[in-house]
Design a binder for this molecule. Structure first.
Ligand code: ADP
Length: 453
């Protein structure tokens, strides 16, 4: 009989050989040997399972380590991305300021030259220069805005909008460009819409202006119609349906979704023929989405296009428009006394020249500190205030002027009309803003509104 090796060894040393002759002892030893066998087997199983769980434990430990490393890497990547996004937006805002300043000079000088009776051949050059510089400006604005929208940095403000005046201003601002392409630009406003609604005028202007600019661009000798209709009136809110319709080149059915994608145009000929970056409609769509609205397009190639959306506004407490008569055609500011606060030499020259052409009396302050002193010593009818200046910026200067003269209107001259800037402008006690580079008509309207009306 062969016993378990361990038992065999013990028998050899401990049990005299004669005992093994006994049948009962042999049976007993066989049973013990079998138990040893079970014991060894279980021991082995146990060791195996210990080994397995140890391996499993090591595996899990390794997985936890990997997950931990991944978490560290992800946190680092997130930080990096955030820094990257911040660096990107800082870069964009610095660059935009740097680009806008000389562009302001170009646009302003073109306007001044246009007023000085250029020869017919020069008129054409000036017109090309004007269109190109305005296109470049709108491209810079689009890229900047797109960046802000992508980063979710848009905050919508709510202010009273005189919605009719707003639309007529839009019509007036686009009239010349429409006529240059033989287009009629008309407005149709539902009488039921109240005089004032509360919303974000800057963003609404951006959306509609984009649609109107496109309609003009893609229509020749046609008709562009801007329509506003009251949709729904609730307790504290109302909604208005806006439509910009044209009878221009239209858009093929299969392209109608695509045009809202960034940098996408209906076909590759468009850039060559009409210019543009393909960002306008993307911005329109996102700006509306952020206000829980959406843009709709109905169009047929060769027949025309209709772009429409419904936007909600808060109901305003202001019911009546104050009586005022504006005659922009006169371009006469009748000796209005204006303080221009600006540090960039050519910006001063341009604004000063424009205002003087309209018979205003202009005083200049090169920084906020000088502006405070001049405002104390003189009685100005309006202060035009640049925001970024050495020594003291426009916000601090305006707040200081507001403390002593409550009534003088102060209008910010700003290179950026983002909502955070407009908020800050009003917080500092200013009455409005004009975005640079401004065209003469906008400057005139703003000054007229505060000084003459
Ligand atoms: P851009 O006008 O700078 O090219 P948009 O995003 O504003 O960029 O428009 C994208 C494209 O949509 C245009 O290039 C054009 O092909 C098409 N489109 C937009 N509006 C109209 C319109 N009113 N009529 C015809 N095509 C249009």
């Amino acid at each position: 009989m062969i016993y378990e090796p361990l038992l065999e060894k013990q028998l050899e040393t401990l049990l005299p050989k004669a005992y093994l002759e006994d049948e009962n002892i042999r049976l007993f030893l066989a049973a013990v040997s079998e138990t040893y066998g079970y014991y060894e087997h279980h021991k082995k199983l146990h060791e195996d399972s210990l080994l397995t769980s140890e391996r499993r434990y090591l595996e899990i430990k390794e997985q936890i380590e990997t997950a931990k490393n991944l978490e560290v890497e992800l946190t680092e990547a997130k930080l990096y991305a955030e820094n990257d996004a911040n660096a990107k937006s800082d870069f964009l805002s610095v660059m935009s300021h740097e680009i806008r300043t000389p562009l302001n000079a170009i646009i302003g000088n073109v306007h001044l030259l246009q007023q000085e009776d250029p020869m017919p051949s020069q008129e054409e050059y000036l017109r090309v220069l004007q269109i190109s510089s305005e296109n470049l400006l709108s491209l810079i604005n689009d890229i900047l805005d797109f960046g802000k929208i992508e980063e979710g940095r848009i905050v919508f403000s709510a202010r009273d909008i005189d919605i009719r005046e707003f639309i007529y201003n839009l019509q007036a601002a686009n009239k010349m460009r429409a006529e240059e392409r033989g287009n009629k630009l008309t407005v149709c406003i539902d009488e039921k819409i109240p005089v004032f609604v509360r919303g974000d005028e800057v963003r609404l202007n951006q959306v509609l202006n984009n649609l109107i600019t496109n309609a003009i661009k893609f229509t020749l000798n046609g008709h562009i119609r801007i329509t506003m209709q009251l949709r729904e009136v609730l307790d504290e809110e109302l909604s208005i349906w806006f439509e910009v319709a044209d009878d221009g080149i239209g858009i093929e059915k299969e392209k109608q979704e695509l045009i809202f994608e960034r940098f996408t145009q209906a076909n590759s000929d468009i850039t060559r023929q009409f210019g543009g970056s393909g960002l306008g409609l993307t911005i329109v769509k996102r700006l509306l989405q952020l206000q829980c609205s959406d843009i709709k397009v109905e169009s047929e190639a060769g027949i025309g296009s209709r772009f429409s959306f419904v936007l909600s506004f808060s109901i305003s407490d202001t019911l009546e428009r104050p009586e005022k008569k504006l005659d922009f055609k006169l371009h006469d500011l009748q000796g209005a006394k204006i303080l221009l606060v600006e540090d960039v030499e050519f910006n001063i020259r341009i604004a000063e020249k424009m205002l003087q052409n309209w018979k205003a009396v202009v005083d200049v302050a090169e920084n906020g500190q000088i502006a405070i002193e001049k405002a104390r010593a003189n009685n100005y009818q309006l202060i035009l205030m640049d925001l970024q200046m050495p020594v003291m910026d426009g916000y601090r200067a305006s707040a200081a002027i507001r403390r002593t003269s409550r009534n003088v209107p102060i209008v910010a001259l700003t290179a950026s009309v983002s909502s955070d800037i407009t908020e800050k402008v009003y917080e500092a006690g200013m009455n409005g803003y004009l975005s640079k580079p401004f065209n003469p008509e906008d400057l005139y309207r703003t000054v007229y509104k505060h000084v003459m009306a």
